[in-house]
Each structure stands twice: as structure tokens, then as C-alpha cells.
Write a protein that binds this ligand. Sequence first.
Ligand SMILES: C[S@@+](CC[C@H](N)C(=O)[O-])C[C@H]1O[C@@H](n2cnc3c(N)ncnc32)[C@H](O)[C@@H]1O
Length: 223
Amino acid sequence: MERSDPAYKGQAGYNRFMLAIYDPFVLGFMTRAVWKVPTSDVIERYRTHMGRRHLDVGPGTAYCIAKAAPPPGTAITLLDANPKVLAHCSRRLAAMSPTSVEADVMKPLPIEGRFDSAALNFVLHCLPGPQSHKAVAVRNVAAVLEPHGVLFGGTVLGLTEQHTRPARAVLRAFNRQGAFDNREDTADGLRAILEDSFEDVTVDVVGSTALFTARRPRTLATL
Ligand SMILES: C[S@@+](CC[C@H](N)C(=O)[O-])C[C@H]1O[C@@H](n2cnc3c(N)ncnc32)[C@H](O)[C@@H]1O
């Protein structure tokens, strides 16, 4: 991705060092202690929603997929703008023989075929705001789901929502640094961008985050 791309900063930080500390620091500490979401709940959502053909957008270290341990025969496609992420996840999930696609979720996805499930887990807060602009990413994923397909995931909410003091401080710091662009993101705004592309949407606020599922993608004909 070009440095000048508005989405550049949201994916640029995932270098070897970050990927090495991601599981213990981000998922083991930040998610639980700062954002106040039990990682076990996130994994359980993977177990519940992953279908036979699964697309994971922004897999990070592929921790959630590895822990969810999908049944043999699950076809997994990993999509990320950062090639280091894809290399790391492909190694970790080698036994599942995943397909890797280097692409920006803000652009139409260069993908053939359709998926039974897609995850957009802790990715939306990294995408360039305002939140209404992130509807493009949801639309791009909806376009590659089967009519019965489900999109699920979570995102950290912006400063107008309820947070602990440490969470608020971290949010401000990450937005200043550029890894997050979610100052104005709200649970209602999330519901709106999901409903733009799906007929059946659930959004649950948990700690500093919103966890969501979206079903019945609207086809171009119904948009
Ligand atoms: C916070 S990590 C989430 C990792 C993982 N899904 C999890 O829940 O632990 C964000 C991921 O989204 C990817 N990402 C950020 N911006 C992206 C974009 N515009 N297109 C595709 N991937 C992007 C990053 O490279 C990274 O893998």
C-alpha cells in the first residue's frame, strides 16, 4: 500500500516485532484489561459463526482462527493489506492450508467465489474515518458472501462512548499515532454501516467495544 493512501497507517504497524508481541500484549492484556472484552468471548464467536468457506479480513496473528480450531475441511482465505501479516498467519495456520490475498478492504476485493462466513475482527477501528466512510469496507465484504453468509467481528468504539479512564487515554494515544482512526465511531454508527449492506444486524456493546453479527447481505438489486 502506498504511504499516501488514507488507509496506510491502519495496517503499517504490523511488523515482526508487533506480530511477536500481539498475542500476549494486545489480546492477552489490552483486550481484557483495557477494552474489557474477554478474549474467550471473541473466540467463541469464531466457533459459532465460522462456516465451511471462511474469509478472515485483517487476521493479525490468526490467533482467533487458531484457537477456534475449525473442523478439518474448512477452507480459509486470509485477506490483509500487509504482506508481513499474511506471511505470519500462513505459517501459523499451515496445517489448514489457507489462501492469502494481499488487498485493501477499502477497495473492491480481488476475490473469486463466495464465502459462508467472514470476520472483520478489530479491523474497523484501524480504517480511515469518518465512520460512514468505513461502510465501503463492509460493502466490499458483503459482496463476496453467499446469500446465507454471515459477517461477524468487533471494533473498539470512539471517545463519545463509555470507557474507563485508561481506555480513553489509550484511545487518544492510538488515534494521535495513527494506528486507530475511530475518535467519532459509535455503536449506532456501526449499526448504520452494517445495515447499509445487511438486512439482519446485531450489535452488542461490551466494554469499550461493539461486537456484531450481520446476516442476509443485500444484493446490488436490493440496495
Ligand atoms: C488490530 S489487527 C486485528 C487482528 C485480528 N483480526 C484480531 O482480532 O486479533 C488489524 C488487522 O487489520 C489489518 N488491516 C488494517 N487496515 C487494513 C486495510 N485497509 N485492508 C486490509 N487489512 C487491513 C492489519 O494489517 C491487521 O492485520
